[in-house]
Design a protein around this ligand. Structure first.
Ligand code: ADP
Ligand code: MG
Length: 245
């Protein structure tokens, strides 16, 4: 039996009186691509941020690679968090650094990789996202699609075991969505474990191993994309799909 790389047990998160996550228990196996979909405000971002403890769960447990993150000290959490790459809607590149410097920074600072090795790896990653000709550009000169591909390369530079994506294409002009989804699809095909919050149903259908439908703070359905899209079980999911498809 495969051991899950991420296991969430009875996870709950409150902001004041607002119960945003309600006793979620799910697991992600190595190599799996999970696509999380659902209405705005349903708790998707909070859930993703709890997986790497960017948000502290109110109760419950998040195990990563067999270790319960919620019981570890900050230093250990930081070490494990480095193994979870995260990509946000708004890229969050460092504006005062070139593309190459953005990618080299964490490996050199956090992992003590030499400048030469970090540079070599950064170029490899830029080739992987089709941007090696932009190595010396600054983020402001990039299109949204290019910036997001750099953000993906930067996350990969830490050699993560898992990649978390929070609506990576939602801030992009429509013509740039495809180039980012293609990079993500390649990554999935190479065996990367991924948890992806997205509204791109085509991506969910063609790349996801499992779709988690999240609304009102629960994962209401966990199914294959085939089953989920052709035969949603809950009224909540049926309603959601009727509005977007
Ligand atoms: P989604 O990503 O599915 O749109 P979110 O996780 O962003 O959902 O939000 C779920 C709920 O949690 C919303 O009601 C939102 O207002 C609330 N929320 C999210 N982050 C915070 C925060 N830092 N402080 C207070 N409330 C928050
Ligand atoms: Mg969100």
């Amino acid at each position: 039996m495969t051991k899950p790389i991420i296991e969430v047990k009875d996870l709950a998160k409150n902001f004041g009186d607002n119960q945003v996550l309600k006793n979620i228990s799910e697991q992600v196996n190595p190599g799996q691509v999970i696509v999380v979909i659902g209405p705005s405000g349903g708790g998707k971002s909070t859930f993703l941020r709890c997986l790497n403890l960017l948000e502290t769960p109110t109760s419950g447990e998040v195990d990563f690679d067999g270790q319960n993150l919620t019981t570890l000290d900050t230093k250990k959490v930081n070490t494990l968090r480095e193994q979870m790459g995260m990509v946000f809607q708004n890229f969050n590149l460092f504006p005062n650094m070139t593309v190459l410097e953005n990618i080299k920074l964490a490996p050199m600072k956090v992992k003590n990789i030499s400048d030469a090795d970090a540079t070599k790896r950064a170029h490899e990653l830029l080739q992987q996202v089709n941007l090696d000709d932009h190595a010396d550009a600054f983020p402001t000169s990039l299109s949204g699609g290019q910036a997001q591909r750099v953000a993906i390369a930067r996350a990969l530079a830490m050699d993560p075991k898992v990649m978390l994506f929070d609506e990576p294409t939602s801030a992009l002009d429509p013509e740039m969505v495809g180039e980012v989804l293609n990079v993500m699809q390649d990554l999935a095909q190479q065996g990367m474990t991924m948890v992806v919050v997205t509204h791109e149903m085509g991506f969910a259908k063609s790349v996801a191993d499992r779709v988690w439908f999240m609304a009102d703070g629960y994962i209401q359905e966990n199914n294959t994309p085939e089953e989920f899209f052709s035969n949603p079980q809950t009224e909540r999911a049926q309603d959601f799909l009727s509005k977007i498809l």
